[in-house]
Design a protein around this ligand. Structure first.
Ligand SMILES: Cc1cc2nc3c(=O)[nH]c(=O)nc-3n(C[C@H](O)[C@H](O)[C@H](O)COP(=O)(O)O)c2cc1C
Length: 366
């Protein structure tokens, strides 16, 4: 079945290089937490490998966020990338994706204050730049729960967390990924350090914009040190309010960050637009201007249709667009876009947690 609108979307099916990553098309699968890691070990397993390999025709898959340490966990059932069992589990995933002709990077995650004492080592408080609780909820065995009050990291602990990121980047390499994406978006630890609503530190990691982006730049340097140039990306969400986040001047903060990231050998910057979970932005933040602030490749996200994505890529506003929710029920999303086929709808009850139902049983078109 041909698309009635002719070649309008063709630009999405052109190959592109994001650093050293070679994508056959511009349709990226956005990272999506699905809460289906093995109970106890929090290791990925065969079902996860099947799920990702079904989606291997994406230009690039960004894995669900994967905590770099137990301290970095904020929800039940999310996979880690810090133990041998988790590395072996991820190896199943990367082998399956590669066997199906795809590419996959691991999204490295530390939730910071978006956690709960019951998930933390020794039942201690979650850590954060400052002891400010997020007015937000996380997900536990017992259902949704308020986040716990965090404690502020002492200065001497910060290099240890950078070292955990570095170890996780090395683990991702051993697990056979094609690169890593640092989760700097949506109110987690990197974001908490960057925005002044959550960072009230008075040392060299707080106060001025250059101090607040220091931790992120150190993590970038550590990851690029492991992977070399062109295989590390970073995700940011300059105006997202998820996780009770805000900043007094996002334009200046993220403008400075993007300028500083330009010379660091990144594969790409992945930007989530908008103030919330869905839709176009109403914040006044200049997302289009990001193109001139960052000299490398750009992936844009949040609520894009294929038409909007093609327009953004066609106008030179980005190199690729990522799609999240449409990939849940449409493993062959790239083909469906190409052929103008209808999309399957998502069963909301099976998005988070569970088994194969609503995970690997959505069928491709034949
Ligand atoms: C089920 C679900 C899980 C998500 N998990 C993550 C995640 O692990 N890491 C992340 O950066 N964003 C996560 N997101 C946000 C998506 O990557 C994406 O930014 C969002 O869905 C908007 O894109 P879309 O309109 O194409 O779905 C998640 C979104 C959904 C729907």
């Amino acid at each position: 079945m041909g698309r009635p609108d002719g070649h309008k979307l063709d630009v999405l099916f052109e190959p592109v290089a994001l650093g050293e990553l070679r994508l056959p098309n511009r349709i990226v699968m956005a990272p999506m937490t699905r809460h289906r890691a093995a109970t106890g070990s929090l290791a990925p397993h065969r079902l996860n490998a099947e799920y990702y390999s079904q989606r291997a025709t994406a230009g690039l898959i960004v894995s669900e966020a994967s905590q770099i340490s137990q301290q970095g966990q904020g929800y039940i059932g999310t996979p880690g990338i810090y133990s041998e069992a988790q590395i072996e589990g991820w190896r199943l995933v990367t082998d399956a994706v590669h066997a199906a002709g795809g590419r996959i990077v691991c999204q490295l995650w530390h939730v910071g204050r978006m956690s709960h004492v019951s998930l933390q080592p020794g039942g201690h408080a979650p850590v954060a730049p400052s002891a400010i609780r997020a007015n937000a909820q996380i997900y536990l065995d017992s259902g949704f729960a308020d986040t716990s009050v965090p404690r502020a990291l002492v200065l001497a602990e910060i290099p240890l967390i950078v070292a955990s990121y570095k170890q996780a980047a090395a683990n991702a390499r051993r697990a056979g990924f094609d690169g890593v994406e640092l989760h700097g978006a949506n109110g987690y630890l990197l974001d908490q350090f960057m925005r002044d609503g959550s960072n009230r530190r008075t040392d060299e990691y707080g106060g001025s914009v250059s101090n607040r982006i220091r931790f992120t730049l150190e993590v970038v340097e550590a990851a690029v040190g492991v992977w070399g140039n062109g295989r590390v990306g970073i995700r940011i969400a300059p105006t997202s309010v998820e996780g009770d986040m805000h900043d007094s001047d996002p334009q200046s903060l993220f403008g400075t960050l993007l300028g500083s990231l330009s010379s660091r050998g990144l594969a790409y910057v992945h930007v989530v637009e908008g103030t919330g979970e869905v839709g176009r932005d109403g914040s006044g933040f200049d997302f289009t201007g990001m193109r001139t602030l960052f000299s490398g490749s750009l992936i844009r996200n949040n609520g894009y249709s294929p038409d909007l994505a093609a327009a953004a890529v066609g106008a030179g506003g980005c190199d690729a667009v990522s799609f999240g929710r449409p990939f849940i029920a449409n493993p062959d999303l790239v083909r469906r876009f190409r052929e103008g086929a209808e999309l399957n709808s998502t069963d909301k009850a099976t998005v988070y947690g569970g088994d194969a139902r609503g995970y690997t049983d959505y069928l491709p078109i034949v």
